[in-house]
Design a protein around this ligand. Structure first.
Ligand code: ZN
Length: 514
């Protein structure tokens, strides 16, 4: 199947038309040249902007699909949460919601077990905070998971009085939830992928193994089947999350390691979680949060990080570590210092790169560590910087420095933020929350438009080792591209805000059309 797309403005090119054959671009040229070629279909793009599609290099695709299928609490006050819960449909005996944040609550409003018990004491209610690192549950849930007093284990905390469930304790709640069958998992993946397509994304780095199920196998099977059945509308580079070494070695023993798979579904790096989130005060800082005695905590020991990294290295698999606070970054950097080869050929890396110190930024660049940044976080996080000790703010969210010094690719961490590269580009360029106008210091870390866009295109493809076949409109490259109603490389910010994806093509197939 050959398709000619003509009458377009093409990024970084004087050409106005392209010809695709099946999943590849085979020719780029003028309208005249391309329309002279034989094609099954010709699409007039009416002068719109054609560019490579976006790559979101860290998200949770299946988790996002589930999130979109659940009760969404983002932006809700406590009163609104109450109204939603009272009207919620009980699915498989549970009410499950996600996305709440105290930032949206009115003065004096507290979400806790007592509040949820006032909705129901018989139906289990489990709400996940917007960051995904904390839940609040009612007493029915605590009863189901056998908690009758405060609980504390490595990186896991449950507060009996408030119903707060943190970090490694969260899987205990998920284990009690009704388990989605394979068909449901696939629907979640499809829902997540369709949302990506709507926002111009056809390539994702996605961490899914433990985000819904307790064991990697169910999720891996679902992805492999969907890839085989050609049902994926985004290319998935799976960031393989493990928290149990035995399970990870079982995975390796089965023959899986980085690069196994194809350009639709591929095994990516090992993913480790080393601390929590800022909003929940569980991101591990080297000193206490402002007006708090807590400084968060590293939820995996440095020895265990090392064991994981060494094991992965033996199979040529890189490790990427979720590390938000500088104390977590310290632990990871000490391990990487010994275990990462010169020039970092496997792309070992850090996910988030938020609260960092000067010495850490310098080390990351010197070691060429891969950085998975989320400029969309500025929207929510700029208002949270007041709780970070002042001397830790100066080198935090160092997006421009990282982009210029190593591979820093952008993403959403969906469902923490729903993926929206255009919004991510605006936030990278302005470094100012769109929601509330609060700027994120320092201003010197604002990215140029070119850098901001390329963090979702060129750097994303490079991060995932696909830059020789994705991220450019050139013959031989995959036909993964988007059509926008404005030239986002040159338009002003106001126009950029209004810009919408008109069409998304992935592997030669139109997966979204407005
Ligand atoms: Zn994540």
């Amino acid at each position: 199947m050959r398709t000619a797309y003509y009458n377009a403005v093409i990024r970084d090119s004087s050409a106005t038309a392209i010809l695709t054959e099946d999943e590849r671009i085979i020719q780029v040229g003028t309208d005249e040249e391309i329309l002279a070629e034989q094609a099954d279909e010709s699409v007039n793009l009416c002068g719109m902007y054609l560019m490579p599609s976006f790559a979101d290099t860290h998200m949770h695709l299946a988790g996002m699909g589930r999130y979109l299928s659940e009760l969404i609490l983002n932006g809700c006050t406590l009163e609104q949460i109450g109204t939603k819960l009272r009207g919620a449909e009980v699915k498989n005996g549970w009410i499950i919601g996600r996305g709440y944040s105290e930032n949206n609550f009115a003065e004096g409003e507290v979400l806790n077990k007592a509040f949820l018990d006032s909705i129901s004491k018989d139906v289990p209610i489990a709400l996940t905070r917007v960051c995904g690192h904390k839940m609040t549950v009612n007493s029915k849930v605590l009863e189901l998971i056998g908690i009758h007093e405060d609980y504390e284990a490595e990186g896991a905390r449950i507060y009996f009085e408030t119903g707060a469930v943190e970090e490694n304790a969260i899987p205990m709640v998920h284990a009690a939830e009704p388990v989605p069958d394979e068909k449901t998992l696939m629907e979640y993946i499809e829902t997540g992928a369709a949302y990506c397509n709507k926002k111009g994304i056809t390539i994702v780095g996605s961490d899914d193994f433990l985000s819904i199920l307790e064991n990697y196998k169910g999720m891996l099977n679902a992805f492999e089947k969907m890839s085989f059945q050609n049902r994926l509308t985004v290319r998935v580079n799976e960031q393989c999350e493990f928290n149990d070494v035995k399970e990870f070695s079982e995975f390796l023993d089965e023959g899986y390691t980085m690069d196994v798979g194809n350009d639709l579904f591929r095994i990516g790096p090992l993913k480790l979680i080393t601390d929590g989130s800022m909003g929940a005060h569980t991101a591990a800082l080297s000193k206490p949060y402002v007006n708090d005695t807590q400084s968060g905590y590293v939820c995996i020991s440095e020895d265990d990080i090392r064991i994981f990294v060494q094991l992965a290295n033996r199979f040529n698999m890189s490790t990427i570590a979720h590390a938000i606070g500088d104390a977590a970054v310290d632990a990871v950097l000490r391990v990487f210092d010994d275990e990462v080869l010169e020039g970092n050929p496997l792309h070992h890396g850090l996910v988030h790169c938020q609260i960092m110190r000067k010495d850490q930024v310098e080390k990351v660049i010197a070691k060429k560590l891969s950085c998975y940044i989320q400029t969309q976080f500025i929207d929510e996080d700029s208002q949270m910087m007041v709780m970070i000790p002042e001397d830790l703010r100066e080198y935090s969210y160092p997006y421009r420095t990282l982009y210029e010094g190593t591979i820093a690719s952008n993403g959403s961490d969906a469902p923490v933020e729903l993926p929206d590269p255009i919004r991510g580009i605006i936030l990278a360029e302005t470094r100012k929350s769109i929601k509330n106008g609060i700027p994120m210091a320092p201003e010197s870390e604002r990215m140029s438009r070119r850098q901001a866009i390329d963090s979702f295109v060129e750097a994303g493809c490079r991060q995932l080792f696909m830059e020789d076949r994705l991220g450019r409109i050139e013959p031989g490259y995959y036909a993964d591209f988007i059509v926008l109603d404005n030239n986002i490389d040159t338009c002003d910010l106001e126009t950029l805000q209004k810009t919408e994806v008109q069409m998304t093509v992935m592997n030669g197939r139109t997966v979204f059309e407005k």
